[in-house]
Design a protein around this ligand. Structure first.
Ligand SMILES: Cc1cc2nc3c(=O)[nH]c(=O)nc-3n(C[C@H](O)[C@H](O)[C@H](O)COP(=O)(O)O)c2cc1C
Length: 170
C-alpha cells in the first residue's frame, strides 16, 4: 500500500537539485526534489526541507541557499548529497565548488544554479517551506538534460514515509 502512495506522489514531476547552504565558515549541501518557482516580481523560489537535516540550522542562521540543477547523468551526485548527512561526512570536500554571491556553495559541474536569500519560512507538517529571493543565477551547460526525480527511484527512501491512506499516517 505504501508503495502505491509513493507511486502516486512520484507522478508530481520534479527535478533533482543540490541545495547549498552557508553560515559564516560553515557550509553543507543536500539533495532536494521539492523545489519550485513561486514569483516573477520579485523572482522567488521555494524549497521543502526536513528540519532534522544538518543543513537546516545552517540555512536558518545563514539565511542563504543555492539551488544547483543536476544533469541527467548526475545520479551519483544525487546519492552523494542525498543519502548521507553533513553530520558524519564533509560532502563538499570531494566535489568542485565555489561560493556564490550569497556565500552559498555552487557546484561547478551543475547544469545551472540559482543563488538565493531567504525571504520567509512556513511550517508545513514535518517539513519547512523556505521561500527565497533569487539574487543571481546562470545556465552553465545549456545543452544538458536535467535529472528528473522519477528517474531516481526510491533513492530518497521515501516509500516508507508515505501514509498508508489519505486519512492516516504511520
Ligand atoms: C532524490 C532525493 C530527493 C530528496 N529531496 C529532498 C527534499 O526535497 N527535501 C529534503 O528535506 N530532503 C530531501 N532529500 C533527503 C536529503 O537529501 C538527505 O536526507 C540528506 O542526507 C540530508 O543531508 P544533511 O543532513 O547533510 O542536510 C532527498 C534525497 C534524495 C536522494
Amino acid at each position: 500500500m505504501a508503495d502505491s502512495m509513493a507511486d502516486l506522489f512520484r507522478r508530481l514531476t520534479a527535478g533533482v537539485y543540490v541545495i547549498g547552504v552557508a553560515h559564516g565558515g560553515l557550509r553543507n549541501a543536500f539533495t532536494a526534489s521539492s523545489v519550485m518557482l513561486v514569483s516573477f516580481r520579485p523572482l522567488m523560489v521555494a524549497l521543502g526541507i526536513n528540519p532534522t537535516h544538518a543543513s537546516y540550522p545552517i540555512l536558518n542562521s545563514g539565511r542563504v541557499f543555492a539551488i544547483n540543477v543536476l544533469r541527467a547523468e548526475h545520479l551519483a551526485l544525487a546519492r552523494h548529497f542525498g543519502t548521507q548527512s553533513g553530520r558524519s561526512v564533509d560532502k563538499l570536500s570531494s566535489v568542485a565548488w565555489r561560493a556564490g554571491r550569497s556565500g552559498a556553495p555552487l557546484l561547478l559541474d551543475a547544469l545551472a544554479y540559482f543563488d538565493c536569500q531567504v525571504d520567509s519560512e512556513i511550517e508545513a507538517g514535518d517539513h519547512r517551506l523556505v521561500v527565497g529571493r533569487v539574487v543571481d543565477g546562470a545556465v552553465l551547460c545549456p545543452d544538458a538534460e536535467q535529472l528528473i526525480y522519477a528517474a531516481t527511484g526510491d533513492l530518497d527512501r521515501s516509500a516508507d514515509l508515505y501514509a498508508k491512506d489519505f486519512n492516516s499516517w504511520k
